[in-house]
Structure formats: C-alpha cells, structure tokens
Design a protein around this ligand. Sequence first.
Ligand SMILES: [Zn+2]
Length: 387
Amino acid sequence: MVNSDRLVDVFKSLVQIDSISRKEGAISKTLHSIFTSMGAELHIDGAGPKVGGDTGNLIAKFAGTVSDAAPLLLNAHMDTVQPGEGVNILFSDGTFKSDGTTVLGADDKSALAIIIETIRILQENTLPHGPLELVVTVCEEVGLLGAKNLDYSLVKARYGYSLDATDTKGIVTRAPAANHLEFKVYGRDAHAGAAPEKGINAIQIASRAISNIRVGRIDEESTANIGVIEGGKATNIVPGLVTVSGEVRSHTPETLDKETRKIVESFEREVSDYSEAVASEDGLPKLETTVRQDFPVFKIPEDHLVVALAKKAASRLGREMKPKMSGGGSDANIFFGNGIVTGILGTGMKDMHTVRESIPLDDMVKCAELLLEIIQLHANKDFVSSL
Ligand SMILES: [Zn+2]
C-alpha cells in the first residue's frame, strides 16, 4: 500500500531544506503547508525564542475517524546536526546517502517522510484511525531543547511513538537518565618561577579529584565520563582556575544519584584537604559545583499498550518486534517525564551524525507499513480492550 515513489519524493525534498538546530524556520514552513493541505489543525508553540531559534515546535492534529479512540502521539524532530547545509542526496543500491560532505539528515527527516506517507495512505483508503497528534520538535540535537520547552497544554495524547532510531525490528522502551556535571576549581595565580609559594595550583587539585573518580562503564546500566578540562594560561603562571565537565548516565535513578554524589564528593574532598593543609586568608582554594539533569529516565513496562500495539502490528506483518534498551537520551525521555509514554521506532537510518549517514529505502517502507498497522490496531476497540 505504501507509495514508495511518493515517499522518496517527500524524503528528498525534506533533506534538501537546510534545518540546522535553531534554524528550522524554512522546514517548519514546508511542513506547515503539507500538514495544512492534508487537513490538520496546526499550532506552533512558543519554544522558538526560549531556545534561541527561529521557530517553535510544530503540532499538527488530525481528527480521528472512529469515535472515542484515544489520541496517539507521533513524534519526530525537524532539526539536523552539522555539517548539514546544502545536502546533496544520492541513491544507489537501494540506499540513500549524502555526497560525503554533509550528513544526510535521515535523522530525523526519514521519520517525517514516513509519517506523512502513512497519514496519506490512511486518508486515501479511508482506513480507521483515532486522533493523531504529530509533535515535530526543534532543537532535539542540541539538548532536547524543543521537547523541554514544548507547550504540553497543546498535547492531549498520553502515549505514542517517536520515530528516531535505527532498527525497524525493535522498539526502544528504556533509556537512561543523565546528569551533566561542571566543577570550577579556584586556586590562586602566581608567578611560577618567582613566587610559586603564593600560588595554589587549581589543575593539580582538579587532577587529584579526577584520579579518584570511576569513569567508563560503572555497571550494566550506568556510565560516567569526564569529558572536558579547561584551564591554565601559561607555563610560567600557577593556574588559578580550572573547569572540569562530565556526565553520569544510568537507567536506575538511585545509581545516577549515587555515582553523581561520588564525583562531587571527590572534588569537595580534594579542595577541603588542601584548605586544611595550607592556611589561607582569602578562602582559596574554592569549589563551585553545578549538577543539572540533562534528561530523566524512561522505562516503558513491557505490558504497556505502546509495546503490545507494536508487537501485534509486527506479527500481523509477519515480522519480529523486540523491546530494546538505548544508551542515549531523546525527546522520548522528556515526553516520559511529562507523562507521555513514548516508544521509539526505527526508520532504518544508520551512522547518524556522520557524513557517512545512510538509509535503505526498503527500511523506510517497512517502517511506514508498521506505523500504518499500529495506527489501525489502535483504532480497533476490540483489540485495545483485550489487552
Ligand atoms: Zn534524531
């Protein structure tokens, strides 16, 4: 039923519209006119100025054809990473690629093309469906800022799907929470040759703290990393300030807290040990700690409707569907934190965020077929109430 020529045309036209994070205005306009021509009710929320971008999140609502079916969320993001301007799309051996100078932008324009094609099929064939709420976010790639600043009063759906993964035979039901950590260690600058006694070496204090931290894989569900160190001005100056940034991720909130605390304590301990050993009148060394939650955990129970629908839809197509775990954060984490249970489906895109990004057309067609099946099953009251 999927019209692959039409799917390809939409996909090609979308990837050729530049839409780097914070500059999604042009693609938003195109999507706005596509969805309007398809009969949707359109909203653009106020996230644009909040994230420093030129447009907000786009919400397109399609009325359902069956009475009292619950609304279903469908999510994709409209922004892409750099280098992503002037994409030249190539097709060979059934696979789309860029010319190697930019990303392709299948992340996440494959999702947009698939959603558009799926709704067109529903409409042309007057297939049963409940209300569909498309939430197309901005600034996903720069810290999930669109989802974090989404006007949730515009969204009635309590569950649905995000199309923003690779595997067409899987549904991501678990992703970790993450904390971002930043430490500013203040020492005291001094001439390193003439008056080192007057200095407090911030780099050395920070390095002692770092050497006591466990990084890498903490356990099956948790990781930690120190990713950036900045500080020091010259070899003849005792460094007075060093900034250290890192992150902790875990599928278990208690572990996230515990590992975050261990890292914070390591910095606190080194700074206070130094203060105890060397008297100072100006309160140095000193530590400033910032811990910010990047995204909350998401964990969908395996008996949730979102998983059951995807499994049943796949089995009707004679395919497999396995719940999966992800190591990264996405809009689904933020939706989950706002009470919207969102499973992540794969569109076939590979090597995202690189100039080698690609996607097989066959996988896009498969994803559209699956989504079409899911939407119809969701409108089937006998199936939904049997769960
Ligand atoms: Zn993405």
